[in-house]
Write a new protein. Sequence first.
Length: 271
Amino acid sequence: MKKFLVFFVIMALLLPGCSFFGGGKKQEPVKPKAQQSELKKEQPKADQKDYYIGLETPVSGIKDWVYRYQRYDGVFLQKIGDYRAVLVSMGEKFSPGYGVTINKIDQKADKWVIQVSFKQPKEEDYSGKGVYPHEVASIISDGKPVEVVNVTGPGNETPVKVIEIPEGKKLGVSKNFVIFTPVEGQKITSPVVVKGKARVFEANFRITIEDGHYQLAEKILMADQGAPAWGNFEVNLPFDKPTNPQGFIILSYENMANGEMIEELLLPVKF
């Protein structure tokens, strides 16, 4: 029996990691999972850059995002993950020779500056299939604002308006309408300011607000240009008290001859 106890004590002292009699290797306390995830987030990726030009970027879903907005003339910005996607588009064109180039991206102390240039053909011939000249950039979300300037010559830069889309939201879009504000799912109150672009015959179209039960407002609007150009519009539209917490802002236009509906855009909103 004594031999067995001596053997047991010797083995306990020799075995690695054994805590018998205070010996062995002391185990480190395990960090909580939440703390582990925070440490993991703080470690930057070795191959991550501050900005990218083009679609070769770590931004998930950027191709679908570009496809959604490339037909509309303008500069669109939206935070997607760790980056801000910036689309510079000339909208739909039917002549060859159009182009968009991002010449340079400057990281300044207080902002990011994207220098772009636009190429246009000498004459519109409408001979080609519809194309969407555009370029896209992805800039790290570091809190600095993004400014876009049109460079037309040495030292000649003109600021370009940037349409910022709230993170996780979508603009209301269709073939010939786009609504910049309000955005999809936004809560609105009366009167509501609706801004966007339209490409319709003689620039005339209809705006309606409905709550799923009743029509709350209706008005005929006119954009500042008619088709084939994209015309801007803005309206401050009062509406009746809704009977439902959800509804739609509807843009539509009809055939002037027979009243047949040609196109309709429904933007879901909340009241």
